[in-house]
Structures are given as C-alpha cells and as structure tokens.
Design a protein around this ligand. Structure first.
Ligand SMILES: [Zn+2]
Length: 152
C-alpha cells in the first residue's frame, strides 16, 4: 500500500511539476531557490524523509534534531496530499509548492505587492504555494497595511 501510494504520488508530482515550474512559481522566485532553501530547512527535510519512509514523528529518532515540531505536525496532518518533485528536493502539497520557512515572508511579500486586500492576496497565494499557517501570516500582513485596508 505504501509503495502504490508513493508511486501514485510520484506520478502526480511528475505530472504537476512541469505545470508548476511554468505556472506556479511566484515571480522573482525560482524553483532552484525553493529547492536550495528546502535543503536548508530541517523541518521540511524531516517531512520529506518521513514521507518517503511513510513513518512520521518518532520521538526517539528526532530527540537530537533541530526542527519545528508544530510545523512537522501540521505537515503530518496533510501527509496524504504531500509529495515531492522528481528529484525529491521540493515538497508539494496537491499542486502547490510547500515553502520552506526562510522564504515564507518573501512569498507573502510578493503576493502582497499589488495590495489587493485580504481575499485576493489569499487567493493568489493559494494558487501557487502552501505552508502551515499561511492564512494567518497573510492576515497579519494585510491587517497592518493601510493600502490593503482601502481595498477590502
Ligand atoms: Zn497592502
């Protein structure tokens, strides 16, 4: 079951990756950048390894590891919709790129550039990327933006 699930996910990932690389990378952000930052993000790395082993959160394995438990738990909750790209360097949720922590603010900033207000900024983000707590982060950003308030 695990094999068929992961090969099914791999197939989906392969079908999507072409689409993603053209359509879904936010402007001014490259897949290579996301892959490089994903590699440096211990939590996403752990999630990718859990996904491949189909074995999540083992406290004795992870005792000495530096990672964000909340993020890992959030990723585990959606594990059935997670996959990776072909090289295994980018985590994908459905057809969205899972953004490593270091790029989250940049992604929100990019989506927020047009000051479209909360609903449209969320829509824009949801088309392309995902990470745990993305909605709250967008809301936080927009709440403090005067230009966006006049749109909503
Ligand atoms: Zn704004």
């Amino acid at each position: 079951m695990t094999t068929s699930t992961s090969s099914r996910q791999q197939k989906i990932a392969e079908e999507y990756i072409q689409h993603i690389s053209i359509e879904s990378v936010p402007k001014s952000l490259t897949l290579a950048e996301i892959a490089a930052e994903t590699l440096k993000d211990p939590t996403v790395q752990l999630a990718i390894s859990c996904l491949h082993k189909n074995k999540w959160y083992q406290s004795h394995d992870t005792k000495n590891m530096q990672f964000d438990r909340d993020t890992l738990q959030s990723l585990e909750k959606v594990k059935s919709s997670l996959s990776t790209d072909k090289s295994g360097s980018i985590l994908i949720k459905n057809n969205k790129l899972v953004i490593p922590r270091s790029l989250r603010h940049k992604c929100i900033d990019l989506a927020h550039e047009g000051h479209l207000g909360i609903m449209k900024t969320k829509q824009l983000i949801r088309q392309k990327i995902w990470f745990p707590g993305v909605d709250a982060m967008v809301e936080d950003k927009i709440k403090n933006c005067i230009s966006c308030q006049s749109c909503t």
